[in-house]
Design a protein around this ligand. Structure first.
Ligand code: ADP
Ligand code: MG
Length: 248
């Protein structure tokens, strides 16, 4: 995708990844109110989230910026319905999800959310294509539909020649691109990404992140992206800073 001598800004402009403002008055896809989470370690209580309020609107890409240990992953795990143990309100696409049953949490995760982690977490025994197909089958797509969408997403990310590769035969950047395609496969209203390029070298990180932004925008999804990297955060529509358990 990148050409020799191109800067991040060149790529972003070429790929149409500039800030967009269409989301300013769109309805909230995520609304968090007074979110609190504490951990007990060796008898000492740490209040990691001390009343977090935030909103992400439809189609908006928002950075969650904070140093290591500030609670970014804790916040994303709560919003992603991966961990309980928090207090407060989380509304996803208008539905209060803080007290849902296990099966309803699974439904919201499957139908409304997409996830990208720092490490790709692809299934090692399946091809790139199959890794993007499987979540669609879980949601009820036919194999034909799922294959078509997976092929198209992977091709958009420059992986048309890598469909039958296992994750171990892909570079780090290619693995993260497959993880991005998987996250978007079911057209989630909201993508949660936790340091999605944190495991890549700087040049690769910039290129993969620009592709992530372009794809999220093209698909019309919103995203909340945790990062400790100001340069990455500045590429997004809005930056929220997590500091001492609050959003500032
Ligand atoms: P970040 O993602 O911003 O680096 P984390 O959310 O991973 O931060 O961690 C925030 C704080 O919460 C850290 O001090 C971490 O040690 C603590 N923490 C996170 N998960 C647990 C856990 N399961 N048990 C105890 N402490 C935890
Ligand atoms: Mg983290």
């Amino acid at each position: 995708m990148s050409e020799a001598g191109e800067t991040m800004t060149d790529i972003a402009q070429r790929e149409g990844a500039g800030p967009h403002h269409a989301a300013a008055h769109a309805p909230a896809v995520l609304s968090v109110r007074d979110l609190r989470r504490s951990f007990e370690q060796a008898g000492v209580r740490i209040d990691v989230l001390r009343g977090v309020d935030l909103e992400v609107r439809r189609g908006e890409i928002v950075a969650l910026l904070g140093p290591s240990g500030s609670g970014k992953s804790t916040l994303l795990q709560a919003v992603g319905l991966l961990e309980g143990g928090f207090q407060g309100s989380i509304r996803i696409a208008g539905e209060e999800v803080a007290d849902l049953s296990d099966s309803d949490r699974t439904r919201v995760r499957r139908d409304t959310l997409g996830f990208v982690y720092q490490f790709h977490h692809l299934l090692p025994d399946f091809t790139a294509l199959e890794n993007v197909v499987i979540p669609q089958l879980v949601r009820g797509a036919t194999r034909g539909e799922a294959d078509e969408r997976a092929t198209s997403l992977l091709a958009t990310l420059g992986l048309a020649e890598r469909l039958t590769h296992r994750p171990s035969k892909l570079s780090g950047g290619e693995q993260q691109r497959v993880a991005v395609a998987r996250a978007l496969a079911n057209r989630p209203a909201l993508v949660l990404a936790d340091e999605p390029t944190g495991n890549l070298d700087e040049g690769t990180a910039d290129i993969v992140f620009a592709e992530f932004l372009r794809l999220v925008r093209d698909e019309g999804s919103a995203a909340l992206v945790a990062t400790h990297n100001v340069r990455i955060a500045d590429k997004m529509d809005r930056v929220l800073r997590l500091h001492e358990g609050h959003i500032s």
